[in-house]
Design a protein around this ligand. Structure first.
Ligand SMILES: [Zn+2]
Length: 109
């Protein structure tokens, strides 16, 4: 995975890897481009789902910040909004937000 100085991967134990900001991002700023296929490990693979995410993919395939992000915040987006045929999601959500839907499955799309 390319180290751009924009984000880094943190090992969060049982939850697995997570992507964290390495600097501040302003609302609407691009964090990275959607890329799931060109390399084995891309930032997108490391970004965790949240039912109350702080970023989302726009129509151009850019992951943009939904609000100002502080340095060292975990970056999350809503997997349900980005259906990828290669990713048969079926897991219990750990986001703990008030809007959490609990179980994330492609079958709930
Ligand atoms: Zn959740």
């Amino acid at each position: 995975m390319s180290e751009t100085g924009d984000f880094h991967v943190v090992d969060c134990g049982p939850k697995g890897n997570a992507l964290f900001t390495s600097r501040r991002f302003e609302e609407g700023e691009t964090i990275y481009m959607l890329d799931y296929w060109t390399k084995e490990v891309m930032p997108m693979h490391m970004t965790n789902h949240s039912c109350s995410p702080n970023s989302e993919f726009n129509d151009e395939g850019r992951l943009v910040a939904l609000r100002d992000l502080e340095k060292n915040e975990e970056i999350t987006y809503n997997y349900i909004l980005v259906p990828l045929p290669a990713s048969p999601w079926n897991f219990e959500c750990q986001c703990k937000s008030d809007d959490c839907r609990g179980w994330i499955s492609v079958n709930t799309l």
